[in-house]
Every structure is written in structure tokens, then in C-alpha cells.
Design a protein around this ligand. Sequence first.
Ligand SMILES: [Zn+2]
Length: 369
Amino acid sequence: MAEPLATRHGTLAVPTFLPDATRAGVRGVSSDDLRRIGIEGVVVNAFHLLRRPGARVVQAAGGIHRFMDWSGPILSDSGGFQVWSLIRQDPARGVIRDNEVVFREPSTGEKWNLTPERVIGLQLQLGSDIVVCLDDCTDADAPEPEQERSVERTIRWARRSREEFDRHVAQRAGAKAPLIFAVVQGGGIESLRRQCAAALAEIGFDGFGFGGWPISTDGSLLADALAWVADSVPVAAPKHALGVGRADHVVRAAGLGYSSFDSALPTRDARHGRLYAFRDGWADTRPSPGDNFYRAIRIHDARYRIDHAPLEARCDCPLCARHSAAYLHHLFKAGDASAERLATLHNLRFYVRLLALLRRPARGVAAPA
Ligand SMILES: [Zn+2]
């Protein structure tokens, strides 16, 4: 069983799911809502916060924790993935060079130069508990020369990030330092994934992220690549699977030793009326990879119009504890904003319950006396 992850804003029991509070908020719900359903930590995005409201605004508010009223651990993603996907969608938006990423704001023409150093400084300015090095993303199936270049840049940028981080931390002697995670690239090529992981481990980081798009084109998890990375970093190091969010994928990756996950999937699905529920008999059982332990509910379906039972009888979220499936169906049909809020809280509570099950000893393994 993995060690709990201690940060300067509290300790996370692992494995844990960290919702994406990309712009310092999980859309539609408050920080208080998140606390009440048992969420212990969140992920914000440094790049998006740089764009709006700007790091100075957050810093003037007293840091990211005060700004969003969240007293628990906060991991800040560098935004390397987001800037890469925006530029890939529209090359006019910017360019990724050996030494920096340049991004142009499409609406205002404003230009951002992201260097590894700037991205570390930005996350320290926000006051994040776990800062993440800028990495150079690729498509999982991009050709080998492109993967090689991405790995080479990612290692170089991680070294620069580490140096910048250490320089800042040395200046603030006495203050409790955040943790720093590096991100492993290499696409679907085993030798590159292992080479990248080993090089980052040699530089030395508090934890390691699995980077790049973690899902293959057929929708399955890139489990082999996740395994190579988990296997190539120090056994005891925290491992974060960026963007791994489907419940069965989380179960699989937790089985490979990943200790934390973040994904916009459960909250985005909730806003679209796609909710999750444990299948009968699974609400109290630790699922193993391959188990068919949950189902997706499309609350817009006509059959929920007159379903006056809770969405999931065993769920204790603010939706299921007080309301029926028919009520949520009605709120969605009526376009009421509380539909998205209640659905989001239900899906996140499902993840809190799932991760609590995954922290139990595996079936067939006796609990320590
Ligand atoms: Zn519920």
C-alpha cells in the first residue's frame, strides 16, 4: 500500500482522485460543496490562471488557497498539455521551441512566453502545494523522431525547472517548501518512456507524472505505457496519472501503482447528464481491473421522467440523499443551473467512494493485524 502524500496543506490518503479546478474552481460547485462530499485535494492549471485572472491577482488575494477558499492540498498542472493541444488545433496560436513555448491569445493577440523557469515561478507565485515541471507533449502515436525530441526537451526542461525551484526554495529558507513533480513523456515507445523516467529520477523529484494523452484511439487505457513509467521511477515515489479519469481506467492505473489522478471527465460528463452508479453489490467491494462494477446513467432518457427513486440508493451525495432521479431529469429538462451542480456533486462523490474502496486491501489479501 502506497504511503500517504504529505503536502504543506495536509496529507492525501492514496490513491486519491483530484478534480480539475482548472481556473481555480470546479465548474458549477463551490469549494465548500467539494469539502462536504469528501474531496481532499484539487488540481488547478497554471497556464489558464496566467491567462485569467493572472498570477498577480491570485497572489494579491493571498495565494490560490485563499483566492478559492480551499485549505487542502492543491496540485498545479503546468499547462504544458493544454498549450500543446491548443497549438495543435490551431498552429496560428503559437509555437513550441527548444527553449520555450509561445502562445498567442486568439481574442486579444496577447502573447505568452512560457519557459520552464517562468512556469515554476508562476506556480510558486500561486502558492501551489505540488508544482509540476513544464513538459513537451506529443501524440501517443507520433513518429519516433518526434517522441525522441519530446523526451529530450522534457528532460532538459525538467532539469531547468528543478534548478529554478531550488533557487526559489533556498531564498525562502524556513518556509515549508512545496513538492515538485516531473512529467514523463515518450508516447507509446517503451525505450523512450523508460529512458525519460530514469533521467528524471536521476535529476530527483518528489513525484512523477504520466504525461501525454493516456488513452488510445480505440478508447482503451495505454496500460503498457503506464506500467513502463511506474516501473522506471523509484518504487516509493508518488505517481500521478494526468488525465486518467474513466472509473475503470482509474482502477487499472491504481493497480499499477499510481497514487493520484485528475481528469475533467466526471465533471464534464455530469454537466452533460451522464452520471455514474455502482452496480448492485459493488458499492462495498474493492473493484479489480476488468470488473464490471459501475454503469453510466443518461438522465435525459425518458424513463427517468417518472423514476421517483434516488439515482443510486447507496449514494449519500446531496442529490441522492434528498432527491429522486425524476427531479434531476426535470431540472435538466427545465435548464435549471442546479441540475449541473447536483450532477457534478454526485459524480465526484462516486469518485470519492471509489477511491476509498481502492484504498482497502485487495480481495484475498488479509488486512494487517
Ligand atoms: Zn449521488
